[in-house]
Design a protein. Structure first.
Length: 310
């Protein structure tokens, strides 16, 4: 288990001595003990001369908690094996600190698999902005509403449950002021019985209209880059874009979309706005990474060139 989604990476650690697991741990969220520290606490005195396996290179900086490298050295660990190198400027370099102390270090073991667990965090560390997933529901004829300015239910109940689960796994859900005014969305993540899920995203409205929605963050800008930089400063790794065609087109023009999730329902509307305006630029997916059905709806997920390897 690697812990919940938060501004921090998801990390797991296992302490092994003489072929026997003597301690395990994982990072449970911002402000809590790191995986290595938790595993070492479980191991206790048995950590001396043991091996420590970690999914991410141990950090070497003082943040809300002391550096993991310090705890590893003090515990007497003889060897550290980590999967992915830490890409952040702030916490990277832990391997060098450990080796300088005399600890043997082996890195980049299953690095690609480890990186995929923290895809969105890695993206923010390398680019300075959150990973953006554009999700939209459309009819068979590519419409997102029966007419402009009218709220239209398109996807089925199972797809809606899928969407609520997706919301619970992102840092923020973002819509434009037009969508907010027309649909009055809660943007919360809910269970099938209507109760709130344990993990809730930051709810964000973006646009220049004078709004002061309670419980929402209002970003008074039309520039996707400014919006994403603001959210990055708040520690948001993953943004779910749920706005209408105009907002989606703005993010595409700014080259700020990394992943697309389309939900196509078996209905036709005949009129109304399309998922993108006709003047929107061409957007080419590297490939559809997943295709499946939820009830009678078809869901397709694909990433863009810029998202490969992040």
């Amino acid at each position: 288990m690697l812990g919940p989604y938060s501004s921090n990476p998801r990390v797991g650690a296992v302490c092994v001595k003489n072929g026997i697991v003597v301690g395990t741990g994982y990072h449970r969220g911002t402000g809590s003990a790191h995986a290595e520290v938790e595993a070492l606490a479980v191991a206790g005195d048995r950590a001396t001369d043991a091996d420590l396996y970690v999914s991410l290179e141990p950090c070497s900086h003082f943040g809300r908690t002391p550096p993991c490298t310090q705890a590893i050295i003090e515990a007497g660990i003889r060897r550290v094996i980590y999967a992915q190198a830490d890409p952040s400027d702030e916490a990277g370099g832990g391997a060098e600190v450990l080796m300088a102390s005399g600890c043997e270090v082996i890195g980049e073991i299953e690095a690609e698999r480890s990186a995929s667990v923290n895809r969105e965090w890695n993206h923010r560390m390398r680019t300075g902005v959150p990973f953006v997933t554009w999700k939209f529901a459309q009819s068979l004829d590519g419409r997102v509403a029966a007419k402009l300015g009218e709220r239209t239910a398109i996807s089925g109940s199972q797809s809606q449950e899928f969407n609520h689960d997706l919301r619970s796994r992102v840092g923020a859900v973002l819509v434009g002021t037009q969508t907010f005014m027309v649909d009055q969305p809660s943007l919360s993540a809910r269970e099938s019985d209507g109760s709130l899920k344990d993990c809730q995203p930051l709810r964000v409205v973006m646009g220049l209209r004078d709004l002061a929605p309670a419980g929402f963050l209002h970003l008074a800008t039309r520039d996707p880059n400014i919006a994403l930089l603001t959210l990055a400063k708040l520690g948001v790794n993953h943004v779910l874009l749920e706005g209408g065609p105009t907002l989606a087109a703005a993010f595409i023009h700014a080259d700020c979309i990394n992943e697309v999730i389309s939900i196509t329902a078996p209905i036709t509307l005949g009129a109304g706005p399309r998922s993108l305006p006709t003047h929107a630029p061409l957007m080419r997916l590297v490939g559809v990474t997943s295709t499946f059905t939820m009830g009678s709806d078809l869901i397709q997920i694909g990433v863009l060139d810029s998202a490969v390897g992040l």
